[in-house]
Design a protein around this ligand. Sequence first.
Ligand code: NAG
Ligand code: NAG
Ligand code: NAG
Length: 240
Amino acid sequence: MLLLACCLAAAYSVQAQPSGLPLRHPLTDPPAPSPSVQTQYWFPSHPQLQFPAGTPIDVVVGIHNVGAQPLNFTAIMGSLNAKDKFSFFIQNFTFTEYDAYVPAGEEASLQYTFLPDGSLPQLEFQVAVQLFYNDQQVQFSNTVFNRTIDIFEVSSFIDFQLLGLWALVLAVAGVGGFFLYKYILGMPFMKQDRQRVVLAICTIDPHLELMCVFLSVGSPSQHHVRGKQAQTTSTAIDVI
Ligand SMILES: *[C@@H]1O[C@H](CO)[C@@H](O)[C@H](O)[C@H]1NC(C)=O
Ligand SMILES: *[C@@H]1O[C@H](CO)[C@@H](O)[C@H](O)[C@H]1NC(C)=O
Ligand SMILES: *[C@@H]1O[C@H](CO)[C@@H](O)[C@H](O)[C@H]1NC(C)=O
């Protein structure tokens, strides 16, 4: 991680400090903003600022050059920090370079993608996104975004989806059961019992034999029905 930080710093200083100034990490003491630049941000897939851990997050940075000089927008870098202690950097996101020339009065937008670590706990953190740019002489940077966000674990998201799947399976089974119930009620031997049958429990064994137990309200007796297949006709049925 230290190595990565050193190389990011080196990449940045090559990009932004060609005059041989001391190496500087882009997020440590970044250059001041220019009054000529207005920024906006939006998170197209996560507008509620709830980020699943281990999932790439896109942020679109809108830029308006309201000054009189053209500007070159050269890089974006983000970080994830402790919620109440910004100086505690938990994760530094990729330093992404851009080559966006924006003339005076023009607008542009850049998309930056960062990846909150998959092992982050389900907590609130601070995320900051820093935009780097320059005119002919001076380096600038703006803090485009600096807010509290929610990290949530993907596993709970999957559990939620599984729950939905189970609900679907149960619904399909319920509808199937209803039609099976109607089908069995329609069988000739059931006709005289129609009013009394309230519950049918059916199983299909590995030999594709359908076994149903009918519990009736009208009489204490139970009917056991065995058939060869689910589509058995009434002739193949014998009542035990
Ligand atoms: C992230 O960047 C900050 C600010 O420059 C630096 O102090 C910190 O050591 C870096 N953290 C990691 C984990 O690279
Ligand atoms: C922007 O970058 C281009 C090419 O890298 C360079 O020619 C131009 O002078 C730069 N303009 C500003 C305003 O920095
Ligand atoms: C982000 O906001 C926190 C307070 O909420 C502040 O301490 C910190 O300096 C800000 N960071 C940047 C890069 O603006």
